[in-house]
Design a protein around this ligand. Structure first.
Ligand code: FES
Length: 324
């Protein structure tokens, strides 16, 4: 399996059978889950920031960031917060998932794009610490300067603190009930050329980071959202989608997504979150002007216009040609 590359944009993620090896209580409402290949072989490689999709026996599929070490090729490790109002994913993991149980995973997939920089500022809120952990380790291993501002509702709810205590000079903890929220203005008022900010956490935190770092250089802020972020969009119009590889043309009505309309017509396309956050439905654009509504692509990616997430994104013009 060593030759399997991490899923990159425009490629299909692999589906694997894995077995739960261990569940560990990490903080109030947070467990980590170790998943090993059912056949004992090495799992596909991944980069810090990547996530897998866990397909539970109930049929529910949910995305979870990998929080272990990319060097550990026999198991994946994820952290799962038991969410109030869960749609069944985290509730199942906490209540029913047990060692020895087989499950399926898809991926890994990397939407975060952890890349080289002269320094890093990591900002994590709550369970948003999970994709940040492997980034922290890699930055530390490479000797690149980094800092982490990590906030949570209470200290007891903040997972993986033990591993972070080895970096007392770089890690700032903000349990909200003791010291209040992460003081973003202190961290972000002064732009630092060459420093890249990686942020993950609840939407209010990410929106606040975007606003507070708006004067940083373009591309300095990278974030991963758990849920779609409401944003203004033009009213939907009917569009024509040409599927170049399958030589089909499908009319997408204003009240259907491109993904749904293609599936209605039997075109083999897949999606999972259907909110523009997981990356599963990524599709190469061969012609046309996509109107991006996802929460994955950077501004540079959007300008390139060569790929789109068809569960939410549409077209600025009447026609798109896709590599399907
Ligand atoms: S299905 Fe998740 S991004 Fe489209």
């Amino acid at each position: 399996m060593a030759s399997v590359a991490p899923a990159r944009p425009g490629t299909e993620a692999v589906e694997l059978s894995v077995v739960v090896r261990q569940l560990r209580w990490e903080a109030a409402g947070v467990v980590s889950v170790e998943l090993c290949a059912a056949d004992g072989r090495e799992l596909p490689p991944w980069r810090p920031g990547a996530h897998i999709e866990l397909v539970l026996p109930t049929g529910i599929a949910r995305q979870y960031s990998l929080c272990g070490s990319p060097e550990e090729r026999s198991c994946y490790r994820i952290g799962v917060l038991r969410e109030r109002g869960s749609r069944g994913g985290s509730e199942y993991v906490h209540a029913f998932l047990r060692p020895g149980q087989p499950v399926r995973v898809r991926g890994p997939r990397d939407n975060f794009g952890f890349g080289p920089a002269s320094a890093y500022l990591f900002i994590a809120g709550g369970i948003g610490i999970t994709p940040i952990l492997p980034m922290v380790r890699e930055a530390a291993d490479r000797g690149v300067p980094w800092q982490l501002a990590y906030g949570g509702r209470t200290a007891a709810s903040m997972a993986f603190l033990d591993g972070l205590r080895q970096y007392p000079e770089q890690v700032w903890l903000y349990p909200e009930d003791q010291v209040g929220r992460i003081p973003l203005h202190e961290w972000l008022d002064q732009p630092r050329p060459g420093t890249v900010i990686y942020a993950c956490g609840p939407e209010p935190l990410l929106s606040a980071v975007e606003a507070a770092a708006a004067h940083w250089e373009p591309g300095a802020v990278r974030m991963e959202r758990f849920r779609a972020w409401p944003k203004p969009a033009r009213p939907n119009t009917e569009i024509e989608v040409v599927c170049a590889r399958s030589n089909r043309t499908v009319t997408v009505p204003a009240d259907r997504s491109v993904l749904a309309a293609l599936q209605d017509e039997g075109v083999p396309v897949t999606g999972s979150c259907r909110e523009g956050v997981c990356g599963t439905c990524e599709t190469r654009v061969l012609d046309g002007d996509p109107e991006h509504r996802d929460d994955i692509l950077s501004e540079d990616d959007r300008r390139a216009g060569d790929r789109m997430f068809i569960c939410v994104s549409r077209a600025r013009g009447p026609r798109l040609v896709l590599d399907i």
